[in-house]
Design a protein around this ligand. Structure first.
Ligand SMILES: C[S@@+](CC[C@H](N)C(=O)[O-])C[C@H]1O[C@@H](n2cnc3c(N)ncnc32)[C@H](O)[C@@H]1O
Ligand code: SF4
Length: 294
């Protein structure tokens, strides 16, 4: 089992120097690079992105308080049709470098009942595929359909190892039910003797899950997860000061487990060239953090 690490103390120390005099030359370089970026020819952006995020729904059955789907979604809610999904995939039939398809952006993908058919269609056409789910709607039958679809990777989210830790953030979920659904998914995969999908336990690092890291690792090993990912908690980049204050109790006590600016961040953002989002009702845009509610 592989564990994706969270920020370490040395990383944190590096991030903290960015406010000091040492950061000044970097600021000048950034300004020069941003000015120069205006002269990059448009053809540079015309290649296919590495990943296409297909928003098969922007609806969700949970109300995680600091998720933009809960507090900032202004787009109409809906489900993408299978026919529309196939048309998007068909656009890449002639391509040799197939983008990876991510099935979640701003909602819970398992709410779209055609998710397994969509994954199978993308898989049949040579795309790698990834799903992240809150695991509230996974039973033995849906697990079997998803595994048979040929999905490459799945992140099964459990945000702590107690009722309080999970339910204080994943509002409307039931800890015992989600834990059982995840165990069922892994046992179905074992029964089918399937290599895919690669299974990732994903847990948000909050003050509630912070003391439970060892329990989560032990459980992940017992259940047969391939990987564990502890994701740093974000208070959101577009949240109001009031919201940030109201939800700051989620931040872990250990500063090393909190999200911080990466001092090694590249000067120009590469995301617009690497990822594109397709909304369920088919507006497309390069990815930006403002997109969820747009
Ligand atoms: C918007 S959800 C969509 C997919 C699915 N509903 C889920 O929860 O996995 C995508 C990701 O956002 C993460 N997320 C939600 N709130 C977060 C927060 N405050 N900080 C960091 N990640 C967060 C979830 O854990 C999940 O990995
Ligand atoms: S389950 Fe996923 S989409 Fe739904 S509110 Fe939580 S983080 Fe957002």
């Amino acid at each position: 089992m592989e564990m994706t690490q969270t920020p370490t103390e040395p990383n944190l120390a590096r991030a903290q120097v960015s406010g000091s005099w040492k950061a000044k030359p970097a600021r000048l370089a950034t300004a020069v690079a941003r000015w120069g970026a205006n002269y990059i020819p448009l053809s540079f952006f015309k290649r296919n992105p590495k990943q296409i995020i297909i928003d098969v729904t922007n609806s969700c059955n949970l109300r995680c308080p600091v998720c933009p789907v809960t507090f900032a979604m202004t787009r109409p809610r809906g489900l993408m049709s299978f026919e529309l999904f196939c048309l998007i995939i068909d656009d890449f039939i002639a391509e040799t470098n197939k983008p990876e398809i991510f099935f979640n952006f701003s909602g819970e993908p398992t709410l779209n009942k055609q998710l397994p058919d969509m994954i199978a269609y993308a898989n049949k056409n040579g795309h790698g595929t990834f799903v992240s789910t809150n695991a509230t709607r996974l039973g033995a039958e849906s697990a079997e359909r998803i595994i048979h679809s040929g999905l490459s990777r799945i992140a099964l989210c459990l945000d702590g190892f107690s009722k309080t830790a999970q339910e204080v953030y994943r509002v409307n979920s039931d800890f015992d039910a989600v834990k059982k659904n995840i165990e069922t998914f892994l046992s179905v995969k074992r029964r089918l003797n399937a290599r895919n999908p690669v299974t990732i336990l994903q847990t948000l690092l909050t003050s509630y899950s912070e003391p439970q890291i060892d329990d989560l690792l032990k459980w992940a090993k017992e259940c047969g997860f391939d990987k564990v990912r502890f994701k740093t908690f974000s208070l959101g980049s577009h949240t109001s000061r009031e919201m940030r204050a109201a939800y700051s109790h989620f931040l872990p006590e250990s500063r090393a487990l909190r999200r911080h600016a990466d001092a090694r961040e590249s000067i120009l953002c590469s995301v617009p060239r690497s990822q594109t989002v397709v909304f369920w009702n088919v507006r497309t845009r390069p990815l930006s953090t403002r997109m969820c509610g747009a």
